[in-house]
Design a protein around this ligand. Sequence first.
Ligand SMILES: [Zn+2]
Length: 153
Amino acid sequence: MAAARLRSGLDGKIYLSRLRAMLAFDGQPLWFEALDDFTDSFVTVACPHCDAPVTIAVGDYGCYSSIRDWNLGDVHQVPLRPAVPHELTGTGRMLHESAVRDGQQRLAWGLTHLFGQAECPGCGSVFGIADEYAAANAPAPWDFARGHIKDAL
Ligand SMILES: [Zn+2]
């Protein structure tokens, strides 16, 4: 039902809220929380190799990975490696296809980054952002009670 309410021509914010609602109904609270409008989005994932807390930024200020320093800001920025759309799988593919179909270019653009790869500024290893995010934020029944991902950072 929620999916049926997704259509082209919707305002970006309305579209996003409906897409998030669809994920919630779909039992995917993880991505429900991570989805954003990609104007100034951040998620933090642990590097799978050195365990450094890597900040992933997608938005107007750039698309990069960095180690956030509370005094210096995002230092050692490394450009993200966005996914090639036709190589997306699973949730990433579904979300991207919906966004493209309905003319939500910004969202589609952001999704290729969120479901793409990042290089750890600390050790230089390359990993899938979505994979690490999913591993660290494994869905739990109480996830819904927690606020939006931005509130948790
Ligand atoms: Zn690392």
